[in-house]
Design a protein around this ligand. Structure first.
Ligand SMILES: C[S@@+](CC[C@H](N)C(=O)[O-])C[C@H]1O[C@@H](n2cnc3c(N)ncnc32)[C@H](O)[C@@H]1O
Length: 230
C-alpha cells in the first residue's frame, strides 16, 4: 500500500458508464477544470464563492439536474457537488458551464464533509442515495452515524438536510438513523413534516432528479424528507 493511502475509504458503486460523448465530453475537458473543487479551498467558502450569502452541498448529484436547477434559482448561494461517477460529473460540468456559483468534486462527498468548517453550510442534499438492499451491504449506506455526525457538524443551526428515496426500507432506515443520532449525540435533527403530504409530495423548491424520474416511471413513490438541525 502506498504511503498516505492507509486511511483512504472505499467508494462503492460504479465510477464510469458509457464513454463520454457530445457536449458533456467537451465540458469535461473545457469547463470542469474551472468548476473543479480544490479540497484545500473548503476552509474559506467566502473566498471560494465571492459575494455568496449561503452555501450548500449535494452528495451524489448523479446527472446534476437538481444541483444546476438550485444554483440557477439561487445565484446568491454557493453550491458544492460531489460525485464519483464520471458521466454525471461531465453532465454537471455541461449544465453549470455558465454558472459562477458551482464547484464540483469528482470524488467522495465524505472528503468534502471532512474539509468543511463547523457550521458552514445552510443545506445538504442526499437525493436517492444508493439503496444497498442486502443486509450485509447496509453499512455502505450514506445515511449512517459517522456521516450524520459530520453532516451535523458542518450544518449551521437551522440548516436543512434533505433526503429522498424511493425505497421504503431506506426511508425507514433514514428515520431510524436520525432518531439514533438524536438519542446519542448532543444535537438534534427535527423532521419538518406535519402531515403525510409533506413527505409524499415533492416541495416546489425541490427540483427533480433523473433517478427520481426513473423511479416514478417504474411506479415507485418517492419520499421527500427534510430535517432541520437544531
Ligand atoms: C442512485 S444514484 C442517485 C443520483 C442522483 N442523486 C439522482 O437522484 O438522480 C446515487 C449516486 O450517489 C453517488 N455516490 C455514492 N457514494 C457516494 C459518495 N461517497 N460521495 C458522493 N457520491 C456518492 C453514486 O455515484 C450515484 O451517482
Amino acid at each position: 500500500m502506498a504511503e498516505g493511502q492507509e486511511n483512504r475509504r472505499l467508494i462503492y458503486g460504479r465510477r464510469q458508464g458509457r464513454p463520454l460523448r457530445g457536449p458533456a465530453r467537451d465540458a469535461f475537458g473545457t469547463d470542469l477544470p474551472r468548476l473543479a473543487l480544490d479540497l484545500g479551498a473548503l476552509g474559506d467558502l467566502q473566498t471560494l464563492f465571492p459575494g455568496a450569502t449561503g452555501f450548500a452541498l449535494e452528495v451524489g448529484f448523479g446527472g446534476g439536474e437538481h444541483l444546476a436547477a438550485q444554483a440557477t434559482a439561487h445565484p446568491e448561494t454557493g453550491y458544492i457537488g460531489a460525485e464519483p461517477f464520471v458521466n454525471g460529473v461531465a453532465n454537471l460540468a455541461w449544465l453549470a458551464r455558465d454558472l459562477a456559483n458551482v464547484r464540483i468534486l469528482h470524488g467522495d462527498a465524505r472528503d468534502v464533509l471532512d474539509g468543511l468548517p463547523d457550521a458552514s453550510l445552510d443545506a445538504i442534499f442526499v437525493l436517492f442515495p444508493d439503496p444497498w438492499p442486502k443486509a450485509r451491504h447496509h453499512k455502505r449506506r450514506f445515511i449512517s452515524q459517522p456521516n450524520l455526525i459530520q453532516i451535523a457538524r458542518v450544518l449551521r443551526p437551522g440548516g436543512r438536510l434533505r433526503v429522498a428515496s424511493d425505497i421504503p426500507d431506506y426511508v425507514s432506515w433514514t428515520l431510524i438513523e436520525i432518531a439514533a443520532f438524536n438519542r446519542d449525540q448532543g444535537c438534534r435533527f427535527a423532521w419538518t413534516a406535519r402531515a403525510p403530504e409533506d413527505w409524499r409530495v415533492r416541495p416546489a423548491d425541490w427540483p427533480g432528479t433523473r433517478y427520481e424520474a426513473k423511479a416514478l416511471e417504474a411506479g415507485r413513490a418517492p419520499a421527500y424528507l427534510e430535517f432541520t438541525r437544531a
